[in-house]
Unconditional design. Structure first.
Length: 401
């Protein structure tokens, strides 16, 4: 029996990014071994591929720490036919053990910063040998490719970012828009907040409400803010901060229990200034119900979060100043008219409120975002083509003369 294709997606972001590739592998008849290093990544994989797990076409496992014995036992146990590492998970012992077993390894949708290059060069031959052992490397951008080659990776291809191949659920979009229509309020979603950002935005919301009142307006009559922490373990912390702020808020989990678009659920949302997104797997739905999305992770020095999914849904995007992890995507989205930058939380909320007063601009930005995502799609197909070439070459090498 042929072994699985092994895909390693270390955490939540990589697991979400890898989903289109995993779908392509499964659709092509491969079985998949999906590994992680974080609980959030594993939970997302279990949610996204529940059917395939039940059918035995996909298995999940933790990847062991990068010790020679542990990695050797892992590979001997699962005997994958190929390994695909997502974005930047390069471990020297793991790759050395794969090389001994003539297991072809691919680095896909790779990101590689100047800092990462400096770290590899300082580490000497160990890391450069690891990078040189890949059968194929696919980088997100030309700059990533150039740095990867300096690190020792052979013949790096530029495939683009897997996140552009996102498949947004039509059902989630429809349900999100149904909720927005029933609510009859504009929704500004503050998505993927990280440490320190919830406080920033809660205080900024308070200031915007106070500013509106000095002008004789109540923001809650026409606008609801949605706050969505990046990691589930921070849901309770965000709830405590909202309670301490005195802002009336409702949890998404309470709305779900009340029946989502039922009269009681809609009434609870209308009575709140803030909706707390304390569920998982609903970001498409959140974006679809929003008029503006502020992508957090970029208002404190965390490097930013993915804005592509929001653009794919057609919602205008605002990002902060700290976007090093997605710099090329952010710059391109701004250039295409799909996104705007703001220097801080207050400015982001003020800009979002201004956009709500300009429906034509909102529409233009939403359409620009959808067009931009479509234009950059295709990374998964390019990596799948490379994967098939590697497998064909591997079979050719093993075929007797």
């Amino acid at each position: 029996m042929r072994g699985p294709v092994w895909v390693h997606a270390v955490s939540l972001g990589e697991t979400r990014a890898a989903q289109p590739l995993i779908r392509a592998l499964l659709d092509g008849g491969d079985t998949v071994l999906l590994t992680h290093l974080t609980v959030t990544g594993r939970d997302e994989g279990a949610r996204a591929f529940a059917g395939e797990i039940a059918e035995g076409r996909l298995a999940q496992q933790w990847l062991p720490y990068d010790f020679p014995g542990a990695t050797a036992r892992f590979l001997d146990c699962y005997r994958p036919v190929a390994g695909i590492l997502i974005e930047r998970e390069v471990w020297p012992n793991l790759l050395a053990m794969a090389r001994r077993r003539k297991l072809p390894m691919i680095l896909a949708s790779a990101r590689f910063s100047d800092q990462a290059l400096r770290t590899v060069l300082r580490a000497g031959n160990v890391m450069q040998e690891a990078y040189s052992s890949f059968a194929a490397v696919y980088a997100q951008t030309l700059q990533d490719a150039q740095r990867l080659e300096q690190a020792g990776a052979p013949a790096v291809n530029v495939s683009g970012n897997f996140k552009f191949d996102v498949s947004v659920s039509a059902e989630q979009i429809a349900k999100g828009r149904e909720f927005a229509a029933a609510l009859d309020r504009s929704i500004i979603t503050i998505a993927s907040t990280r440490e320190g950002e919830d406080e920033m935005f809660i205080q900024a919301i308070q200031r915007q409400i106070k500013r509106a009142r000095t002008q004789g307006r109540e923001l809650a009559d026409s606008i609801v803010f949605r706050l969505v922490p990046r990691h589930p373990q921070r849901f309770e912390t965000a709830a405590q901060l909202l309670t301490a702020s005195g802002l009336p808020f409702v949890r998404r989990s309470e709305i779900v229990r009340a029946g989502d678009c039922s009269a009681s659920a809609v009434r609870a949302a209308r009575d709140a200034s803030v909706m707390l997104g304390d569920t998982v797997g609903e970001m498409v739905r959140h974006y679809a119900s929003s008029q503006v999305a502020i992508i957090a992770g970029s208002f404190a020095p965390h490097g930013g979060q993915n804005l592509i999914e929001a653009c794919a849904v057609g919602v205008p995007v605002i990002v902060g100043p700290h976007t090093r992890n997605f710099e090329q995507a952010v710059s391109d989205a701004v250039h295409e008219g799909a996104a705007l930058r703001a220097p801080d939380a207050d400015s982001a909320l003020q800009l979002a409120l201004q956009l709500l007063e300009d429906p034509r601009r909102l529409t233009r930005m939403g359409v620009a975002g959808e067009d931009w995502v479509r234009k950059h799609a295709g990374a998964v197909q390019r990596v799948m083509d490379g994967y098939r070439a590697v497998r064909a070459n591997e079979r050719g090498v093993r075929r007797p003369s």
